[in-house]
Design a protein around this ligand. Structure first.
Ligand code: TYM
Length: 325
């Protein structure tokens, strides 16, 4: 029997190359080795301000982009969190075994509280408990995520153990799996690439827009003139080269940047061509998928049905162990 893999993505804006390199590419790579569940986590996305009229479009977009990026729906389950309400039922139960102090330590809560000062709601605070419930409902063991989610998965592990100690062995330990690019920086070179900061290249960005965005992206700031040698080790765009360019191109940029043999303009041009070559087929597939909203909706509903059967089983066991039946 294959081990179960669970991961999720918020329908809270454009899916970007940080999501792709940090998570989605790894999901695609692992799809044959595990029994895979990928969730569009709309209940998570409502913890920040959003427009209800846009939510359905965002959900379908997230599904289409992920399928276009390689998540083959014949090989995995792709579903919407709110189609399986057991996620929130288990989250409530897990709240009762989660120490407040653990939630107070979560760096994402601290960051988001600063970003959304006018809306620091309880959902934002208990968000990691819902995330633990997502994984545990399906008894997920492998959880491929970017680095920013590792603290949440460590907490999920603690929550699973606390539940098991209190009510008897029920859940396996969820373990985070990191990709080769667990933390992609934004085009400003200073902060993590993120939907909310607008410092990203979307997975369905057009070639023109990719060129423009990379042309203004921050490189090694100590390199002021073309004749100055640069340091690829601290240049964010060199990191992107490592993930999008050919081996010889990476080697050339690495050596010639240090001797000022290659300038930032040429380096960015090579990178643009390579990013475009990777993203073009994804964008084209996305465009054809998003035209067929009936197909996407049916797929998400039928996946949710399969999830619901598993979720109901888990909840029956949980309620029984807790004396709630
Ligand atoms: P979300 O929607 O913010 O991001 C989806 C995935 O992309 C990764 N990621 C990155 N990786 C590398 N560099 C970046 N700049 C970057 N930005 C984002 C994230 O680490 C994530 O893996 N809470 C989660 C969703 C979630 C979940 C779950 C994940 C809900 N329940 C259960 C795993 C298991 C989130 O907000 O991801």
């Amino acid at each position: 029997m294959k081990k179960r893999l669970f991961s999720g993505i918020q329908p809270s804006g454009d899916v970007h190359i940080g999501n792709y390199l940090g998570a989605i590419k790894n999901w695609v790579r692992l799809i044959e080795r595990y029994d895979c569940f990928f969730c569009i986590v709309d209940y998570h996305a409502i913890t920040i301000e959003y427009n209800p009229e846009e939510m359905q479009r965002r959900i379908l977009n997230a599904a289409a982009v992920n399928i276009a990026a390689g998540l083959d729906p014949n090989q995995c389950i792709i579903f919407v969190q709110s189609h399986v309400p057991e996620h929130t039922e288990l989250a409530w139960i897990l709240n009762s075994v989660t120490p407040m102090g653990h939630l107070e330590r979560m760096t994402q809560f601290k960051d988001k509280s600063k970003q959304h000062r006018e809306n620091i709601n309880a959902g934002l605070f208990t968000y990691p408990v819902l995330q633990a419930a997502d994984i545990m409902l399906y008894k997920g063991e492998a959880v491929p995520v970017g680095e920013d989610q590792v603290q949440h998965i460590e907490l999920a592990r603690e929550i699973a153990r606390k539940f098991n100690q209190r009510y008897g062995e029920t859940f396996p330990d969820p373990v985070e799996l990191l990709s080769e690019a667990p933390r992609i920086m934004g085009l400003d070179g200073k902060t993590k690439m993120s939907k909310s900061l607008g410092n990203y290249i979307s997975l369905v960005e057009t070639p023109e827009s990719i060129g423009k965005k990379l042309a203004t992206a921050v490189t090694d700031e100590n390199r002021k003139r073309r004749a100055d040698p640069g340091n690829p080790d601290i240049c964010n765009l060199f990191t992107l080269h490592k993930h999008f360019s050919q081996k010889e191109q990476i080697e050339r940029v690495n050596t010639e940047c240090r001797t000022a043999g290659i300038g930032c303009v040429e380096c960015k041009k090579i990178l643009s061509e390579n990013v475009i070559a990777v993203l073009n087929p994804i964008r084209e597939k996305y465009e054809s998928l998003i035209r067929d909203q009936g197909y996407l909706s049916d797929l998400l509903r039928s996946c949710a049905k399969k999830c619901k059967a598993i979720a109901e089983n888990t909840m029956a066991d949980v309620r029984k162990k807790m004396g709630l039946t």
